[in-house]
Design a binder for this molecule. Structure first.
Ligand SMILES: CCCCCCC[C@H](O)CC(=O)SCCNC(=O)CCNC(=O)[C@H](O)C(C)(C)COP(=O)([O-])OP(=O)([O-])OC[C@H]1O[C@@H](n2cnc3c(N)ncnc32)[C@H](O)[C@@H]1OP(=O)([O-])[O-]
Ligand SMILES: NC(=O)c1ccc[n+]([C@@H]2O[C@H](COP(=O)([O-])OP(=O)(O)OC[C@H]3O[C@@H](n4cnc5c(N)ncnc54)[C@H](O)[C@@H]3O)[C@@H](O)[C@H]2O)c1
Length: 727
């Protein structure tokens, strides 16, 4: 709802729809009603629009999208026009955030004042739509086409101060000030001043003459940064009309653009992503605890054991979260190198104004270098990040168990190893869990937390809470080899080399993936992270080319199909970007260049095995890259390793840069249609048989298709649970 009050001659209309003052239908009805009241009351000389509680409205009610109520009048644009048309000065008083439809309301007002701490923006593009209440036509009239294109096509939130520098905000209220009082005084001071030029629909776009040049520039940038997404392009096309058409015709173009985008699978995927991102914090570890019942332990100090690639980033994340951070290496040289890196990184963040001087100083003084486990006896949480080796990890956990106080939680950053086995090295398995960070750990937003068979409710709640304090998208999963992300990714890489064998070169596979929306293809990613990582894992499994006794068929490991091309590369020193050559070559930059030498390795291999390369369609490449991964996702759901399909999708968006506009692997399967996905998987399974088990259709996928066709993704787990409870 909204509330109406009067402060002498000024009417105050306050949106009151917790938690974020979204502009739901009932709010819109109240706003129009109260604007009419204020307009009709001759004792009212000015009107202030504001939000109760945490914030100014942050936009339309996203829950209403794709439902008929979203179109029920009054619409947000009706309110924008009523605010603009008012004969009395209307002032938006912004605190918290004015986003989307909220900022569009503010653009309907004649004036906008904002707290210095507040944020403004039109983030609709991140929901796969565009600002549909006049924002595409009104924002360029205030801040110019160039800025409006940037703001709308990327959807970032901007500090109010930036808005003020561009003329969007008329006055800033300093931190601690009273925004509502300031707005009332400001509104009163505007009474009697002409409103003509304050009505944005009357104003022209300042840099309209540069429209073609700006359009070309932004289309190019958007194409590079938001590959494959439709909404940013439609946003630009619609903004363009603000420079070329009348306000009224521009609005019509906005309406049409909105209709196109609302009907797209992209907007549905983006809205799904918005809610999924928030849903993952509502974790559930069946039979142990859930987010609502379990209480976290208070963690004041964290020890990070091992300061290699991962440990350094984890330590920085811990420091950013304000924790006293013990950093541990047994070797003094390694300790010094790790500490130097961490301290240097903090200074760089300070130089780049990513953190304040005080924050940097606090982080520096919270680092405690330690070269023995005894030094971390009293910490609340240990995160181990040493080499990926079970024997070493068990040894360390055994020692930590002896040294650390009984309440200390012991977590491992292992990317693949069994958490229960690691826990078995301690006498406190209830206090052991996995905290799988992604490289670089201080930048990547994903944290995959793993509960073991014996992890306690408090341990799980604590690692989930720490993830939140580190501002990570923290997803809780069960324990299995590779957990969720890496277990699925394994089949993506397996299938990729089979495609090389049969039909394509690395750049052809990668192009299909970047056309789909990935920023990089699988082979470029391999080069970037280092092809030796996968090689080490395969060595651990005893399956690399070099480990086989003479006479072992090159393309088999037991009954399983194998392709040693990745092994050949590493054995020839082609470790990736770090050495200037891998699946591609690199000439002084990160740009991958297709390498004739790699083609030669592949060609010779094909000749040796009498493989005649065949034509392969992009569709087949995409299906073979994505469907095994999706199939494994269903197996993970079936086993209860992930609680929901959206948990998997968030792991993929935030850990593996899956293009958000397709929702994630599981949502993409739903978009394609489960029957179609299953059909393709079954065809491959029939052709490959037991030698390629990743094509064996998941029983959950098969059951869902046979019994429900393509049920809504929100129904997958309830349907399965109902089915299981009956059988
Ligand atoms: C169909 C035709 C329509 C035509 C008109 C179009 C008009 C317009 O152009 C379109 C829009 O405005 S599009 C909108 C453009 N605006 C945006 O895209 C802004 C979207 N919002 C945000 O980005 C973040 O919420 C903030 C940064 C505002 C706060 O972040 P924070 O402090 O970390 O808080 P948090 O954890 O994020 O949220 C707390 C709770 O509030 C919930 N909720 C939030 N916004 C909601 C909404 N608009 N709605 C509903 N619910 C919304 C959220 O789900 C969560 O619920 P839970 O049940 O507790 O999980
Ligand atoms: N690198 C990645 O991309 C990545 C991503 C996610 C998870 N992981 C996991 O993180 C862990 C660490 O990987 P990394 O890439 O940072 O390895 P790394 O080789 O870069 O670093 C390991 C560090 O541990 C130190 N170390 C070894 N034994 C130690 C001990 N007993 N006590 C203290 N320090 C010790 C080494 O000196 C080294 O600095 C592994 O389990 C790995 O699987 C790695």
């Amino acid at each position: 709802m909204a509330l109406y009050s009067r402060e002498d001659d000024v009417a105050i209309i306050a949106v009151n729809n917790p938690p974020m003052n979204a502009l739901s239908h009932h709010v819109r009805k109240d706003l129009i009603k109260f604007l009419k009241v204020a307009e009709a009351d001759e004792n009212v000389t000015a009107i202030v629009l504001c939000g109760d509680g945490r914030t100014f409205p942050v936009g339309a009610d996203i829950k209403e999208f794709h439902k008929s109520v979203s179109a029920l009048g009054p619409t947000i644009i009706d309110i924008v026009h009523a605010l603009e048309k008012s004969s009395k000065p209307t002032v938006a008083a912004i605190h918290g955030s004015a986003l989307g439809g909220g900022l569009e309301l503010a653009l309907g007002c004649h004036y906008r004042i904002a707290m210095s701490t507040s944020k403004v923006g039109l983030p609709e593009v991140k929901l796969g739509i565009l600002p549909g209440a006049g924002g595409t036509q009104r924002l360029p009239r205030v801040i110019g086409l160039d800025n409006a294109m940037k703001w709308i096509a990327y959807g970032h939130h901007h500090p109010a101060g930036v808005g003020a520098s561009l003329g969007l905000i008329d006055r800033i209220v300093a931190k601690g000030g009273d925004i509502r009082r300031s707005a009332i005084l400001f509104a009163r001071s505007m009474v009697g001043k002409g409103l003509g030029q304050r009505r944005l629909s009357n104003v022209s776009v300042p840099d309209a003459s540069k429209v073609e040049e700006l359009m070309a520039k932004h289309l190019k940038e958007v194409g590079l940064r938001t590959r494959g997404a439709l909404a940013p392009v439609v946003c630009l096309q619609v903004i363009k009309s603000s420079a070329l058409l009348s306000y009224k015709d521009g609005l019509e173009s906005e309406r049409q653009g909105m209709m196109t985008l609302l009907a797209s699978s992209e907007s549905k995927a983006q809205i799904y992503s918005f809610f999924s991102e928030r849903q993952v914090s509502k974790w559930n570890a069946p039979g142990i605890a859930n987010h609502a019942t379990a209480k976290p332990m208070q963690v004041r100090s964290i020890a990070v054991v091992g300061l290699g690639t991962m440990g350094r980033g984890i330590a920085i994340s811990s420091l950013k979260a304000g924790k006293k951070t013990y950093v541990v290496e047994l070797n003094s040289k390694a300790l010094a190198a790790g500490v130097k890196y961490i301290r240097g990184y903090i200074e760089t963040m300070k130089k780049r104004a990513q953190i304040s001087e005080e924050q940097a100083a606090a982080m520096q003084s919270a680092i405690i270098p330690v070269s023995s486990y005894n030094g971390i006896a009293n910490v609340d949480l240990v995160i181990e990040a040493v080499f990926e080796n079970m024997k070493i990890k068990k040894e360390i956990f055994g020692k930590l168990d002896k040294v650390c106080k009984p309440s200390t939680i012991l977590a491992s950053n292992t990317s693949t190893l069994d958490i229960d086995e690691i826990a078995s090295a301690t006498k406190r398995p209830e206090k052991v869990a996995g905290m799988h960070f992604f490289a670089p750990a201080h930048i990547m937003l994903l944290l995959e937390n793993i509960y073991g068979r014996k992890s306690s409710a408090e341990t799980i709640a604590t690692i989930m809470d720490i993830g939140k304090q580190m501002k990570k998208i923290t997803v809780l999963v069960g324990n299995c080899v590779g957990f969720v992300g890496n277990r699925m990714y394994g089949y993506y890489t397996t299938e990729s080399v089979f495609i090389l064998e049969e039909a394509a070169y690395p750049e052809q596979v990668d192009k299909v993936l970047t056309d789909y929306g990935f920023a990089m293809g699988r082979f470029q990613v391999g080069d970037l992270s280092g092809n030796d990582i996968g090689y080490k894992i395969r060595t651990g499994l005893g399956i690399t080319h070099k480990q086989q006794p003479a006479g072992t068929p090159e393309r088999k490991r037991g009954v399983l199909r194998y392709c040693p091309l990745g092994d050949f590369l590493v054995e020839k020193g082609r470790l990736g970007l770090k050495v200037g050559k891998g699946w591609y070559k690199y000439e002084g930059s990160r740009t991958p260049i297709p390498d004739p030498e790699v083609r030669k390795i592949i060609d010779e291999y094909r000749t040796r095995h009498h493989i005649v390369p065949r034509d392969i369609s992009s569709e087949e490449v995409l299906q073979r890259m994505l469907y095994p991964l999706i199939n494994e996702g269903f197996k993970i759901l079936e086993e209860g390793i992930a609680a929901n399909p959206w948990d998997i999708d968030m792991i993929y968006q935030y850990g593996y840069a899956w293009p958000r506009h397709t929702g994630g692997p599981m949502y993409y399967a739903f978009t394609i249609g489960l029957p179609q996905v299953l059909k393709v998987i079954e065809e491959h399974w029939k052709a490959a048989g037991a030698s390629e088990p990743h094509w064996q259709p998941s029983t959950m996928l098969t059951w869902l298709v046979e019994n429900h066709g393509n049920p809504d993704i929100s129904q997958w787990m309830p349907l399965m649970q109902k089915h299981k409870s009956k059988t």
